[in-house]
Design a protein around this ligand. Structure first.
Ligand SMILES: NC(=O)c1ccc[n+]([C@@H]2O[C@H](COP(=O)([O-])OP(=O)(O)OC[C@H]3O[C@@H](n4cnc5c(N)ncnc54)[C@H](O)[C@@H]3O)[C@@H](O)[C@H]2O)c1
Length: 437
């Protein structure tokens, strides 16, 4: 099948590379000429494990190509996926759909045969109707179907998630779109990945409902962690104790500094805006958004408390800056609010991340970025584990302690066992766990 993907970001690039690996003939289009130029040289615009080899293999096989020329990309395509960004609209938090509608308008003028236009971007309910309206207005004679195929991949595990999804959700309004989508995903269907067909509006809602539910789970355990700290419990045990219940499940029950990233913050907000517009409030999601926003800065206060009376002039090393491991994505990362809280209190902040330093530099210009966790900790009063990269899970604690001015470790991911920390001479502060000191 000949497929065009509009937007070559995390989702577009991973989807395009995986579809070509299934054997489809894929062209990835992006307006960003520098990104396309780099991809043509085999340079990935994002850090995603395994992506460079997957792209190289399929480019070499002649199944995957890149272009910044839309007309060239969509020529002869039986399916055109829209995978452009849908960021929060400045000022009001609605999803900014200008890239989606812009792409639809540009595609409409180029439709040259029966085509299925697929919205892969995360878009509010009803967006598919508007995409269809645009296509029919610009190209009244075109044979075109519009369907919704939200993406559930996780950054850092994107290829594995795309190739072994829990489910594939497809919202269609006609049989032709259904047949084309079935053909595209046939290789996964053979692997027994459930392909779920529903209406276009339901598919759009499923994506937001899934993200809002996961954000709720995270926020629930984070508040339980706070309660544990006050009443003397261990949130790790509480999470395990409830997670073993099959109705609850163990995933997304790791207490931490609050959710961030390119999806949960903007998607929960956009869902609330949809609910507000139709006067059908989602009060649980409202609470989740508020609690999570407050939590990120509260993590800064937690570090200040660990530093003691006068934080001004103290040095703090943040280890891990990306919003989660295995990505260089800094969008809405908790580290940003933590840096702000520390700098507001006069603390000198250093930072280290295995992959996101380039992205972090413009966002946190006063942070001294270091080449290793040990360089960051050298002479510091406290080390804060913000993101649990594998490389930061097994630090040489004696080496770290030897170079620090004071031995304080704030472990916002509960990676280090409190007893080991005590042995290494650290004052340890975790999340929702009793301190041995
Ligand atoms: N990042 C994730 O983990 C993830 C997961 C699931 C769903 N999503 C959703 O997928 C969508 C894309 O997210 P992303 O993280 O890949 O975005 P991104 O910002 O990384 O990439 C979007 C790309 O689209 C390009 N673009 C914009 N308008 C264009 C146009 N008219 N023609 C060609 N290219 C155009 C931009 O230059 C950019 O490269 C969003 O709606 C997002 O919510 C993201």
């Amino acid at each position: 099948m000949r497929i065009a993907i509009i937007g070559t970001g995390y989702v577009g690039l991973v989807s395009g590379a995986c579809f070509s690996d299934f054997g489809h003939d894929v062209v990835c289009v992006d307006k960003d000429e520098a990104k396309i130029g780099a991809l043509e040289q085999g340079v990935m615009p994002i850090f995603e494990p395994g992506l460079d080899q997957l792209v190289a293999r399929n480019v070499a096989a002649g199944r995957l190509a890149f272009t910044s020329e839309l007309a060239e990309g969509v020529r002869g395509a039986e399916a055109i996926f829209i995978a452009v960004g849908t960021p929060s609209r400045r000022g009001d938090g609605h999803a900014d759909l200008s890239y989606v509608y812009g792409a639809a308008t540009e595609i409409a003028a180029l439709l040259d045969g029966p085509t299925v236009v697929v919205t892969k971007s995360t878009v509010p309910v009803g967006t598919g109707d508007e995409v269809e309206r645009i296509l029919r207005e610009v190209a009244p004679a075109a044979i075109v179907s519009v369907c919704s195929n939200p993406e559930f991949l996780r950054e850092g595990a994107a290829i594995e998630d795309f190739k072994h999804p829990d489910r594939i959700v497809v919202g269609v309004e006609d049989d032709r779109a259904r047949d084309v989508m079935q053909e595209i995903y046939r290789p996964l269907y053979l692997n027994r990945a459930p392909l779920m067909f529903t209406s276009r509006r339901s598919a759009e809602l499923i994506k937001y409902a899934a993200n809002a539910f996961l954000a709720t789970k995270i926020t629930f355990i984070n508040e339980m962690a706070d309660l544990c700290e006050v009443v003397g419990g261990d949130v790790q045990d509480v999470a395990r104790g409830i997670g073993l219940d099959g109705r609850i499940g163990p995933k997304f029950l790791h207490a931490g500094p609050g959710y961030g990233g390119s999806c949960f913050p903007k998607d929960t907000l956009a869902l609330l805006k949809t609910a507000e517009d139709v006067q059908s409030p989602l009060r649980i999601v409202e609470a989740v958004v508020k609690v999570n926003d407050a939590r990120k800065r509260a993590m800064g206060r937690k570090v200040l408390k660990a530093l003691g009376d006068e934080p001004r002039g103290k040095i703090v090393a943040l280890l891990g800056l990306a919003f989660k491991p295995n990505t260089d994505d800094m969008r809405d990362a908790p580290s940003i609010a933590i840096v702000q809280a520390l700098e507001d209190a006069g603390v000198k902040v250093r930072g280290y991340d295995p992959e996101s330093m380039e992205q972090a530099r413009p966002i946190m210009p006063d942070v001294e970025l270091c080449r290793s966790p040990y360089e960051a900790a050298d002479g510091a009063d406290a080390v804060v584990l913000v993101t649990e990269w594998d490389a930061l899970r097994a630090l040489d604690l004696d080496r770290l302690a030897a170079s620090m001015r004071r031995k304080i470790l704030v472990d916002l991911r509960n990676v280090y066992p409190p007893a080991d920390m005590e042995e290494a001479g650290f004052a340890w502060h975790g999340i929702g766990r009793p301190s041995p000191l």
